[in-house]
Design a protein around this ligand. Structure first.
Ligand code: SAM
Length: 320
């Protein structure tokens, strides 16, 4: 389905929980977050039902996220149910901590690929940045994901000034040996996170650091995703730049979001939301849900206007 700006909406990002087993400094505010009550969170059947509605309108691509999506005990059957709807490209964004034991089953049930968030290559720094995480689980997860074929493996890195920006070239160098997509995401100064000001390292600066390793060739832009992709000469993998701060990608935005508590968000940085949990629990027909879907697409704004602090508390609450 196309929105009012002729953008084809074929991508749904579904947050299935706001709980996370890490507390990354830049994501979770110091004072913590009020988590949804269990009864507020959509059930697996409710999520699947909504994805079915979205699929009817042309959604082909679904990313499951959170919070930490692998913390949900029904994650494997949920993947299976979503894939069975006919979703062509099904992926998960995860911190990888729980992935090793699940990768094989997830792949078997229809997961196509994973994005693993990893912001530092240093074990001690990882522990500090995640407030307690053990990086060894992430390395194992990457190996296992590769082994079972959850590829291409994308690694999400958020460079932050004075924290991990000295590691940019080291991350990029991983693409010489591995066919990973290393995706540098500009830090968004959303409300409540610790590094509110001055932490963002812009795309240009990141690119300069990456280019110190060799010639960086631009790859053809395919699909509607936010990443602009490049490859270092002689590398196996890809370097992606996602730059919501420097040059937003709203003209090509092809997505809607569904929050864990059942709100459709047509734009990450807008407060426009459509509740689907209430109508579902009141016994709404599929036609009524389809109508909500149509309305959400119809009011999708032209752009986010960089309203980073307009009520957005944390990416883990919305689904990053
Ligand atoms: N727990 C999963 C994970 O760690 O990948 C999924 C949820 S996490 C919120 C999804 C992504 O959002 C991560 O890659 C994280 O780096 C990114 N993220 C969180 N806060 C951000 C911010 N303020 N700016 C840019 N990216 C952010």
């Amino acid at each position: 389905m196309k929105d009012s700006f002729e953008r084809r909406i074929d991508y749904l990002r579904v947050s299935i929980t706001d709980k996370c087993n890490l507390k990354c400094l830049y994501c979770i505010p110091d004072k913590g977050l009020r988590l949804f009550r269990q009864s507020e969170i959509l059930t697996s059947d409710e999520i699947t039902r909504f994805v079915r509605v979205a699929h009817k309108f042309g959604v082909k691509k679904v990313r499951i996220t959170g919070g930490e999506p692998l913390m949900r005990s029904d994650i494997i059957s949920l993947v299976s149910s979503i894939k069975d709807i006919g979703i062509k490209d099904l992926s998960i964004t995860t911190n990888g901590i729980l992935l090793t034991g699940m990768a094989k089953a997830l792949k078997k049930e229809g997961l196509d690929r994973v994005n693993v968030s990893l912001d530092t290559l240093d074990a001690q720094k990882y522990k500090v940045m995640t407030r307690g995480g053990d990086i060894r689980h992430v390395w194992k997860a990457l190996e296992e994901a590769e082994r079972v074929g959850l590829s291409p493996i994308k690694v999400n890195v958020v460079p932050m000034r004075g924290i991990n920006d000295e590691e940019i070239a080291e991350f990029a160098a991983l693409t010489f040996d591995k066919d990973y997509h290393i995706r540098f995401i500009e830090f968004m100064p959303v409300g409540g996170n610790k590094f509110y000001k001055d932490a963002c390292v812009r795309k240009e600066e990141i690119m300069k650091k990456v280019s110190s390793l060799g010639t960086l060739n631009r790859l053809e832009f395919k699909g509607g995703g936010p990443s602009r992709n490049y490859q270092l000469k002689g590398a196996k993998g890809v370097i992606g730049f996602i730059s919501p701060v420097s040059d937003h990608f709203c003209d090509f935005c092809n997505r809607l979001r569904l929050t864990a508590d059942g709100r459709i968000k047509p734009c990450l940085l807008s407060n426009i939301e459509f509740d689907i949990r209430t109508p579902m629990r009141r016994g709404a027909s599929d036609e009524e849900l389809e109508d909500v879907f149509r309305r959400a697409v119809a009011v999708k704004p032209a752009g986010h206007g960089q309203r980073f602090n307009a009520g957005l508390v944390s990416m883990s609450k919305i689904g990053g």
